[in-house]
Design a protein. Structure first.
Lengths: 330, 347
């Protein structure tokens, strides 16, 4: 199998969408001749032309709002928001317009668009360029939320996303861009709402998406040496969320930790935990726990970030807490 | 480029690349500035230059990490604007803000320490290069969310208006901010309430890889002011005296309760957008070299020749070099940010 990087997968996924569907076009800052600040659209202007690969002024509300307008008229926009933090500048277009078009119009209007963005900590960009905000969007009916962790899934989930009839928020963690993984040729579309077991284990289930999946796997490997067996589930999409798969896993582990880099308070882990408690209470041998970041903005300095961000050490700690091998600490 | 009384008038600006080669007369009169003031302005410009050079180097050494946006070549703008301000006036800045902080009086040691993530930085390492704040010096923050500085300053000006203070708030913005809807809301709001605000757009020729004229069919940013019924002024941002003249008039107008002014300072971004920027994708080396021949420090020297002794300038340079060494030493000897503090200061 071919081995490609995460960012190459993003690039290929978008290129394939542009090739196979002439309704697809891309809008974003620095995506044209510059090729994207993370190289997600490198060479696209040459391949697809400036009219389909459209450089934007610094105007998030406009690119997202105009995306909605184009989508309701039958186009399939991909809108790249350079840093996830900047979705705040275009929130109205996403939340009040894109997400609600189909429903409000009695299905006369649809806003099939993919909003691609990247975020996360680790590059010391400071409080306004490092956030993980996908949890915000679980609360808005009408939006799908996709958070891939490996190149194969980037391609498979993207293929599905551009073909859907509703808006999809496609969230990438920039720390994954240089990671590599095998991809099939071609990649089959992956339906949204289907998680996958990344590692089998007997003692505790850890559910995660994106970068946190890799951290959960690292924690699992480390704990294997201590004789603790961790099952790792990659949910891959948050809306829809594969709660079934988690319940299935709990039927043999009976313990759950949900890991995400987003701030723990109000994060999507709370949604999963409450579903699990409601639907699988009898399976649980311990309270489900969350491994999320502390409730502070993300600081600039390395030492400060390490003190508040969710990472593999925190995941391992929560696993031990779940097994009663450690005291729970917030 | 007009001066003095002619400043507050619609001005047709030259294209970004036509700066007329820097003749000594371009600065015109020195706006009645005394020797001490002139030396102060020089000190500010030279400090910013040396600071940016030193910080950029410290990246290679690994002391500086995270994104870094150099303001080299744009020193005359913060120096000229802040020379027209009182100590209790406030400044809001952008991602490219080291020069603004320094010109407003922030000390080099704690600025350097902040950039290096040290406990002694102005924000204890929580902010970094894009989030320096020193309330003590009226430096109320940077907004790397493009366009954010405008409203921060507008709100500050609103507070002065409400409290009956005679203070003024200045926002520095980049040419890229003009594309944001918030830019227009900001100018309109400040205009209708006649707030004591000054908006300084540093048109450095680029918003990352884009020239202003690629993203705006009307590249005369100052002319936008007409749409809000406020004065718009174009100044040569290489010439600190042009900047100072426009800023002094705008500040006076703001303090008098006559409302905001939009100043567009034409300049050139000498360095890449940030460290590691793939500049070759959008501009020629020769363009940069050509533009760098219009050096604000050089322009200053020409303008003050016959007025200030070269030795006086050399003395300042030597003193600033020492100050920067001291600042770097202070930062180097400071402890890293204390992890305990990570969880403090939110609520
Ligand atoms: C809301 C928002 N969108 C996009 C960006 C990414 N970005 C950072 S700096 C920049 C270019 C800014 O250009 P300009 O305003 O001219 O300032 P300069 O960098 O030239 O000082 C862009 C697009 C951002 N920081 N904030
Ligand atoms: Mg600019």
């Amino acid at each position: 199998m071919r081995e490609i990087s995460f960012i190459e997968a993003v690039r290929e996924a978008q290129a394939e969408a542009l090739i196979s569907d002439d309704r697809v076009f891309i809008m974003g800052q620095e995506i044209g001749s510059y090729g994207g600040v993370f190289r997600a659209t490198q060479d696209f202007v040459r391949r697809f032309g400036e009219h389909r690969v459209r450089d934007m002024p610094i105007a998030e509300q406009s690119m997202l709002g105009a995306g909605v307008g184009a989508a309701v008229m039958g186009m399939r926009p991909i809108v790249e928001v350079m840093f996830m933090d900047f979705v705040a500048c275009g929130m109205d277009a996403i939340v009040n317009h894109a997400a609600k078009m189909r429903y409000m119009s009695g299905d006369q209007l649809r806003a099939p668009m993919v909003i691609r963005t990247q975020g996360g900590s680790g590059t010391h960009h400071g409080s306004q360029h490092s956030q993980t905000l996908e949890s915000w969007f679980l609360h808005v009916p009408g939006l799908a939320v996709v958070v891939p962790s490996v190149p194969q899934d980037v391609k498979g989930l993207f293929k599905t996303s551009v073909e859907l009839e509703h808006p999809v928020l496609f969230v990438e963690h920039r720390a994954l861009y240089r990671t590599t993984g095998p991809v099939t040729d071609p990649v089959a579309p992956i339906p949204l709402g289907q998680g996958v077991v990344r590692r089998r284990g007997d003692d505790v289930t850890v559910a995660a998406v994106g970068k946190s999946v890799h951290q959960a796997l690292a924690a699992a490997l480390e704990m294997e040496e201590e004789g603790i067996s961790v099952e790792v589930i990659d949910l891959r999409t948050l809306v829809p969320m594969d709660v079934e798969l988690v319940l299935e896993s709990l039927s043999h582990t009976h313990r759950l930790v949900v890991a995400h880099e987003a701030v723990e308070r109000g994060g999507w882990a709370g949604e999963l935990v409450s579903r699990v408690v409601a639907e699988g209470f009898d399976e649980l041998d311990a309270p489900p726990l969350r491994a999320g970041s502390k409730a502070t903005p993300i600081p600039f300095a390395r030492e400060l970030e390490a003190a508040m961000i969710s990472d593999e050490r925190l995941i391992a700690r929560r696993v031990r807490e779940s097994l009663d091998l450690a005291e729970h600490s917030a | 480029m007009t001066e003095g009384a002619g400043l507050i008038s619609p001005v047709t600006s030259p294209p970004v690349h036509d700066r007329g080669g820097g003749s000594p007369e371009r600065g015109g009169e020195l706006h009645g500035l005394n020797d001490a003031q002139l030396l102060d302005i020089f000190k500010t410009m030279y400090t910013i230059r040396r600071f940016e050079v030193t910080m950029e180097r410290s990246h290679q050494a690994g002391d500086l990490y995270g994104p870094f946006h150099s303001s080299m070549g744009q020193e005359a703008i913060p120096a000229g604007v802040c020379a027209a301000l009182r100590a209790d006036d406030v400044v809001a800045s952008t991602h490219r803000g080291h020069g603004h902080a320094i010109a407003k009086g922030a000390e080099l040691g704690p600025v350097c320490a902040e950039l290096w993530g040290k406990a002694t930085g102005y924000c204890g390492g929580k902010g970094g290069s894009m989030h320096i704040v020193s309330t003590e010096h009226g430096f109320i923050g940077q907004s790397p969310i493009i366009g954010g500085s405008g409203l921060l300053a507008t709100g500050a000006a609103l507070s002065f208006d409400l409290k009956g203070d005679s203070r003024v708030a200045v926002a520095f913005l980049g040419d890229g901010a003009v594309g944001q809807g918030v830019f227009h809301e900001t100018l309109n709001l400040a205009a209708i309430w006649r707030l004591p605000a000054v908006f300084v757009v540093e048109n450095n020729g680029y918003a990352h890889s884009f020239r202003a004229d690629q993203m705006q069919l009307n590249p005369d940013i100052a002319s936008r002011a007409d749409g809000y019924g406020i004065p718009g002024v174009v100044v040569d941002g290489i010439d600190v005296f042009s900047v100072y003249g426009a800023a002094a008039a705008a500040v006076e107008r703001a303090r008098a309760g006559d409302g905001p002014t939009l100043i567009e300072a034409k300049c050139y971004r000498w360095r890449g957008h940030n460290l590691g920027d793939a500049e070759h994708l959008y501009r020629e080396r020769s363009e940069v070299e050509e533009a760098r021949r219009s050096d604000p420090l050089h322009r200053f020297r020409q303008a003050v020749s016959g007025r200030l002794e070269p030795a006086a300038l050399a003395e300042i340079e030597a003193a600033v070099d020492r100050e920067i060494d001291d600042a770097a030493r202070f930062a180097a000897e400071s402890p890293f940010a204390d992890p305990q503090t990570a969880l403090e200061g939110s609520f």
